[in-house]
Design a protein around this ligand. Structure first.
Ligand SMILES: [Zn+2]
Length: 252
């Protein structure tokens, strides 16, 4: 059993290193499965021994083997974050097909979070991947039923679309709309509304908390990043939060 957890962790690390590739290449419109990995400092080709997730970074103490350039801490951090998310999915959903679909969804959301944070875009292909995860979650069973998922697809995305149309595209980006449609199918309508509320809350908090620091969000806030984070929270504890909220409101 312990071995199974180690496998999940290691597989999460490997997928995490692929997410680093996506985060680097997708916004630059570079082909994903083309060319060798290169050091972004010296351009030296990186061999498999340089690309072992997390362990290469630790062994080489965060420097390129060839030119000594500092490798961003972001790379091992993303690998580790993804591995922890995969462990969490196995912990919450067991070793089931549902856990696998949830883990892939978490990886997609982590990718969206990072790309939107650094580039203020959400690639269409990531929204499509999230929708595929949603189909996987539905096929695996155990979550919201099809009706709840179809309502989830439109419950936030359509109002956002209307808002975008009314504001001439200034209030809301197209990426956020597609993200909330795909995520809505993954989570069902209740958790999709929760995701949006969490995203708005976390985004506002980040602006307020970070304002006096050097991390201040001077530019436009990456709403998509916070929606992705909200989506992860809703995936793991959405039902619990909604139940708690309803008991507060209704006193049930
Ligand atoms: Zn280098």
């Amino acid at each position: 059993m312990a071995l199974l957890w180690i496998y999940v962790f290691l597989f999460g690390l490997v997928i995490g290193s692929f997410l680093n590739v996506l985060v680097y290449r997708l916004p630059r419109e570079m082909p994903i499965a083309h060319g060798f990995s290169q050091c972004t400092g010296c351009g030296h080709r990186l061999y498999p021994k340089d690309l072992v997730p997390l362990f290469s970074y630790l062994f080489l103490r965060g420097r390129c083997r060839y030119c000594g350039a500092h490798i961003s801490f972001q790379y091992p951090a993303v690998e580790l974050a993804n591995a922890l998310l995969w462990l969490l999915c196995a912990g919450v959903f067991g070793f089931t097909p549902r856990a696998l679909a949830a883990a892939l969804l978490c990886s997609c959301l982590l990718t969206v979070l990072l790309i939107d944070w650094f580039h203020q875009i959400i690639p269409d292909v990531m929204c499509l991947a999230i929708l595929v995860c949603g189909l996987g979650l539905w096929a695996a069973g155990g979550g919201p039923d099809l009706t709840a998922r179809l309502i989830g697809f439109v419950v936030i995305s359509v109002p956002l679309l209307l808002l975008a149309l009314l504001s001439g595209g200034r209030a809301m980006g197209g990426g956020d709309i597609k993200l909330m449609a795909a995520l809505g199918f993954c989570l069902g309508w209740q958790c999709t509304i929760l995701t949006t509320m969490l995203g708005a809350l976390l985004g506002t908090l980040a602006v307020v908390v970070l304002r006096p620091t050097r991390f201040a969000l001077g530019r436009e806030v990456s709403f998509g990043s916070f929606l992705a984070l909200g989506g992860m929270i809703a995936l793991f504890c959405g039902d619990g939060i909604i139940g708690w909220y309803l008991s507060l409101v209704i006193g049930a």
